[in-house]
Each structure stands twice: as C-alpha cells, then as structure tokens.
Design a protein around this ligand. Structure first.
Ligand code: 0L1
Ligand code: MG
Length: 262
C-alpha cells in the first residue's frame, strides 16, 4: 500500500498527539490494514518533521527489537529504528514524571556516540567501532502510544518504535579497547534485581545493531551524522515502572545509571 500525503499527515498527528497528551490510542493498522513498512516509516518521519518544525532537535537514533527474544515475541526477523528528540534525554540521577507518559517500561542498553558519519549499504561492525567516539550505559524508557502495549510491527514503526525518554551515565569506554559482546548488566528496581543480561543479546554484538541502522537508513539515502547518540537495543526485557520507583542499571566496567520515577 502507499498512503497519500494527507493520510500520512493525519496518522502522524494522531500519534504525536497521543504522545504529547499521554493518552493511548488505537493502532494505525486498525484503519489502514494494508499499510507497509515504507508507509510506517513515512509516518514516523512526518512525526519527526513536525517536531523539528517546532524547534525540537533530533539528537540521535535508536534500534529496537534487536534481541532474538524480542523478535520472537513479536514474530519478526527485522529490527526497527526510531529517532531520539532532545527532550527525550534525561540527566543521570534525575527524575522522570510518569504523568507525562502512558505506561512506561525501562530496558538496559548500550549507547554509542559517533565521531564521524556512518553510512551504508555495506556498513559493518568494524566501521561502527572506527566511527564511535565512546560507548556508555543507558536506560531506555519505552512508552508505546498503543493501548496495553499491543501492536504489530507496522504500527510500532509508525509510533517511533515506542521511544519516549532515555538516561545515560556511568562511565564512558573507548570502543577500540572494549569487548562489546561481554558487557554484563544488572537492572534493579527499588533495590531488587529485576533483569540480568549480557550485551551479546543484541544481535551478538551491539555494534552490529548500529551497522544495521546505517544500512537501513541507506534505503532512505540517509547517514548517521557525527555526534549522534544511538541506543543499540535492549539487552534485557522491558520492566514496567510507576511513580515512586527507583531504577538502577549497573553495567560491568561502566559504572551505573540511576533514576527516580515520580
Ligand atoms: O526499544 C525497543 O526495543 C522497543 C521497540 C518497540 C517495541 C516495544 O515497544 O516493545
Ligand atoms: Mg530499546
């Protein structure tokens, strides 16, 4: 299917209003069951355009559904991407207001910060490592705009891959001297260990997820600019959070990132 410009604009407004008003909406495929991936990314890019037109800066990108477990859960074999707006970012040890969100969940990730542009097709993990300034631990707060976090792949792509907020912090590491496959993480909520994992859960190596992003963006004739922050995908399952919760991510050799939900 190929949605018209008017249909793309209407769906982008529908989803962005859901985000800004923190109110869940029905899936976009309920009205457009024949929408395809191209249509879905067109809606996502229209949401991005609306934000930029209001002065929001796009500071990076995220990869989603990068672990085998999450892909199997969704019945898909392709990771997806979304964009990170400036107001998604939160300072380490900061607070986050749940009233601005619908039903937030947190997941443990490794963030990459690039020092030179990365483009595909043919981008590989070695090129990602060469283009990366540093990596650091990150907690992504996902918040699907769809009721009960229920969606299909096309709907979640249109909804900017459930992006909403993220925290980075801890200790930065140089990519050249780090084995990015073996970073162990512990995700705690209110002092209790909720999830543990190793970074190889992300496509065998989180750098591979960044290469995949560069290759996917090449289909739209785009590159990852230098100075981008990129969330490489969840190492752990996502856990729900509510007001009063304290969350800490400990990443081996990279310190910790904490936050409080209010
Ligand atoms: O960051 C993620 O892996 C989430 C991608 C979208 C699917 C979801 O909301 O769980
Ligand atoms: Mg994520």
């Amino acid at each position: 299917m190929s949605l018209s410009k008017e249909q793309i604009a209407a769906l982008a407004e529908h989803l962005e209003n859901a985000e800004l008003n923190a109110s869940a909406v029905k899936k976009v495929t309920d009205d457009y069951p024949d929408m395809d991936f191209r249509d879905a990314y067109n809606v996502q890019y229209e949401i991005r355009r609306r934000k930029e037109a209001r002065g929001t800066r796009i500071i990076g990108m995220k990869m989603g559904l990068t672990s085998r477990a999450k892909m199997e859960q969704m019945g898909v074999d392709t990771p997806i991407y979304g964009f990170l707006a400036d107001y998604f970012e939160r300072a380490e040890s900061g607070e986050i207001s749940v009233k601005d969100l619908i039903h937030p969940k947190v997941e443990a990730e490794i963030a990459f910060v690039t020092k030179s542009p990365l483009g595909g097709p043919g981008c590989n993990a070695a090129q990602v490592i060469a283009a990366t300034d540093f990596i650091m631990p990150a907690v992504e707060v996902i918040d699907s705009r769809y009721e009960n976090f229920r969606f299909d792949l096309v709907s979640v792509i249109a909804d900017n891959a459930s992006s909403s907020r993220f925290f980075t912090g801890g200790q930065v590491l140089a990519p050249m001297s780090t084995d990015m496959r073996t970073i162990g993480v512990v995700l705690e909520k209110n002092g209790q260990v909720m999830e543990v994992g190793a970074s190889a859960a992300v496509l065998g190596n989180p750098a591979t997820a960044i290469a995949m992003l560069a290759n996917q963006l090449a289909e739209r004739d785009e590159k990852i600019p230098a100075g981008s922050i990129i969330l490489s995908g969840a190492i752990t399952a996502a856990i729900p959070v509510e007001a009063g919760d304290n969350v800490t991510l400990r990443a081996h050799g990279m310190g910790s990132v904490s936050m409080r939900f209010v």
